[in-house]
Design a protein around this ligand. Structure first.
Ligand code: ADP
Ligand code: MG
Length: 301
């Protein structure tokens, strides 16, 4: 299921003194099965962009085509002519929201049912599924986020830890069986262990369920470990787009837009200035260890 974005612009409070250009002519194509890290400084437009991807926000200009459904069709027309497409667009939006699951930042604030099971069941119930199918979806979704059904189903979401609450919220979106899963800063506020667990589970989900995953993050280091593609935003524009290795080579660009480059990139660069001749696309500590050992072994010979 692909997402195609053409010349997408989003302006908040247009025509007022508070006018803000949040997205500025974005062109982007995300193919089925990709694992994308969407990275950028606060205010760069990440949250605005992902809300466009399932039609929660209407763009000021441009097109969005999700799985061949043009959810922005006719929006550029004058109001009267737009009506012609309104019914069609509404139908398409319902389809798109079923297929593109969006997990907001701090999603645990939106938990509201008395039990974990009821909370996760809320979405599937709204799809009109029979009770046994709803239960199956809850069980499957909990398994996907690593929560034992029997242990947690009757607990109140409010008595759980921060990491567990967030899992319940993610399971609620997974229970809708989306093809694309988009998460806004899913590790914000978690301790390092909770962060690694959630990222590991998202990676597994992507690999096993053939889900397309888009994670909004400001941690280059986290995304380097799991994403196949990094899209870097600044001031409403895409400034870098490529594999983690390609993106990390652009140290100057990344620094200029206020993003922390993984420490290892600096170490590799410093060693190369001293004549080590290491590949400049190393992005993990283990990768650096292997490359340095390689060089040292060659020298010893
Ligand atoms: P990010 O998620 O990368 O931090 P956002 O998409 O939230 O970026 O914000 C992009 C820009 O749009 C920022 O300048 C922000 O202040 C502005 N903005 C975001 N949401 C709103 C809103 N609801 N109303 C007005 N301006 C907004
Ligand atoms: Mg945001």
């Amino acid at each position: 299921m692909s997402i195609i974005i053409k010349a997408l612009t989003h302006i908040y409070d247009k025509g007022t003194p508070n006018e803000t250009v949040a997205l500025d002519h974005i062109d982007l194509e995300i193919a089925s099965g990709e694992f994308v890290g969407l990275i950028g400084h606060t205010g760069s437009g990440k949250s605005t962009l992902i809300q466009q991807m399932n039609g929660l926000l209407k763009p000021t200009a441009g097109d969005i085509i999700v799985n061949n459904l043009e959810i922005t069709k006719g929006l550029e027309l004058p109001k009267k002519q737009r009506k012609k497409y309104a019914a069609e667009r509404k139908k398409q939006l319902i389809e798109v929201r079923k297929k593109v699951g969006l997990v907001f930042q701090y999603p645990e604030y939106q938990l509201f049912e008395e039990t974990v099971e009821k909370d996760i069941a809320f979405g599937p119930q709204n799809l009109g599924l029979v009770e046994s199918h709803v239960k199956q979806r809850v069980m499957d979704a909990m398994a996907l986020v690593g929560m034992d059904y029997e242990t947690y189903k009757d607990k109140s979401p409010f008595e759980l830890s921060g990491g567990q609450k967030r899992r319940v919220a993610i399971a609620g979106v997974l229970a809708m069986k989306p093809d694309v899963l988009i998460l806004d800063e899913p590790t914000a506020g978690l301790d390092p262990q909770g962060r690694d667990e959630i990222l590991g589970q998202l990676k597994t989900l992507h690999d096993q369920e053939q889900l397309t995953v888009i994670i909004v993050s400001h941690s280059m280091e986290d995304m380097a470990k799991i994403a196949n593609r990094l899209i870097v935003m600044n001031q409403g524009k895409v400034v870098l787009d490529g594999t983690p290795k390609d993106v990390f080579k652009e140290i100057e660009t990344l620094e200029a837009i206020g993003l922390a480059v993984p420490q290892i990139s600096y170490l590799i660069r410093a060693l190369n200035e001293k004549g080590f001749a290491l590949p400049d696309d190393i992005i993990t500590v283990q990768g650096a260890i292997d490359a340095i050992q390689n060089v040292l072994e060659k020298r010893a010979k």
